[in-house]
Write a protein that binds this ligand. Structure first.
Ligand code: GLA
Length: 351
């Protein structure tokens, strides 16, 4: 049987709660109206004329509108990290996780999620791939599968936030996610505000710096136990000032997410914005994931009439800032590109 498949996943922006997911903390991202779409044909047979191969050979044969080299994979996949071209590793990672249940496809990929900007273009590609390859698990299980795929494809020990919000997003809602229990609470965004994402610089060195932060949080947890349960005073027993600072960011950021959700629910956008600035400063000073360009963009946003809050968003070391402002505010482009974004539903099959 063959049929047309259209699988689409949004990217995401995180409003508050960064570098908390991989210690089971709290995050408040939203899926955004920028998408990666796979349009494909279900291709169970590579060569319909070659009857000997009919049952045995499944292939993924896809081109991307944004990449020069076509991806041709024969299933099953054993080592996704070795796949060429490199952009195909995310697809190979998902196919490897799906194992025998992955179907062969032939098709094209398009996306308006900028690559290397920190808006989860990779999570979106993974989720669209899982749907296109026939994954029938729940949206939460699909996110977990895609996270494992990313680990296998890139070696970067990412948390669950990106895959989960891209999978379970709700129209017009930010998603409060407890990354330990995986409980998900949509929080409605108030009327009269806008969310603007600005790409300040493309990211560099994300993989190794990110892995270092994960290791530093593990080092802190070896001393004080799970950071998601820790209180600020408990961190005094950490001797290493760098490890203590990393832990201080995580513990304070979890509390800021709780407070930010309370602000959003009561319509206190000034309070929400203040927490965004505090989050940015904590990522800058204690977690060292900001850059000078991102710091000045946040300061410039803060000086703009009608802006409630701004902060770097996502993994950091470059990438985007997110700004929340009154809907009537005029927001200048402070970096390379600027997009107003809307909160949208998670990944789905459109056909
Ligand atoms: C990247 C990772 C996420 C999360 C953020 C920082 O986007 O993929 O799991 O850790 O960085 O909040």
């Amino acid at each position: 049987m063959s049929g047309q498949i259209v699988a689409r996943s949004p990217g995401r922006v995180n409003l508050i709660g960064d570098h908390t997911d991989y210690t089971g903390g709290l995050v408040l991202p939203m899926a955004i109206d920028r998408y990666t779409t796979i349009t494909a044909t279900d291709q169970q047979q590579v060569d319909k004329h070659d009857t000997a191969d009919r049952e045995s050979k499944r292939v993924i044969d896809v081109t991307s509108a944004h990449e020069p080299d076509r991806l041709l994979l024969t299933l099953p996949i054993s080592d996704p990290a070795a796949v060429q071209p490199a952009w195909g590793r995310y697809i190979a990672g998902v196919a490897a996780q799906l194992g025998d249940t992955a179907r062969g496809i032939s098709g094209t990929i398009t996306s308006d999620i900028p690559i290397g900007a920190g808006l989860s273009s990779s999570a979106a590609l993974e989720l669209a791939t899982a749907l296109a390859l026939g994954d029938t698990s729940s949206p939460v299980q699909r996110a977990q599968l895609c996270r494992r795929a990313e680990h296998a494809a890139t070696g970067v020990p990412c948390g669950i936030m990106d895959q989960l919000v891209c999978s379970v997003g709700v129209d017009n809602h930010a998603m409060l996610i407890d990354c330990n229990s995986l409980s998900i609470n949509p929080v409605q965004l108030p009327d009269g505000i806008k969310v603007v994402v600005q790409l300040i610089t493309r990211r560099t060195l994300l993989g190794s710096e990110y892995s270092a932060r994960v290791a530093q949080c593990q080092a802190a947890e070896a001393i004080v136990g799970p950071l998601r349960l820790a209180h600020p005073a408990m961190l005094d027993i950490i001797d290493d000032p760098t490890i203590q600072a990393r832990a201080r960011h995580v513990v304070s950021e979890n509390q800021r997410v709780r407070d930010a959700v309370a602000c959003l629910r009561s319509g206190d956008m000034v309070g929400f914005g203040t927490l965004m600035y505090e989050s940015h400063n904590s990522l800058r000073d204690d977690f060292a994931t900001s850059t000078a360009q991102m710091d000045s963009a946040v300061s410039a946003a803060r000086a703009t009439p009608g802006v409630f809050g701004a902060r770097m968003t996502g993994g950091g070391f470059g990438g985007c800032i997110v700004i929340i402002a009154d809907a009537t505010a005029h927001i200048h482009n402070l970096g390379i590109e600027s997009w107003p974004v809307r909160a949208v539903a998670g990944a789905q099959l459109l056909n």
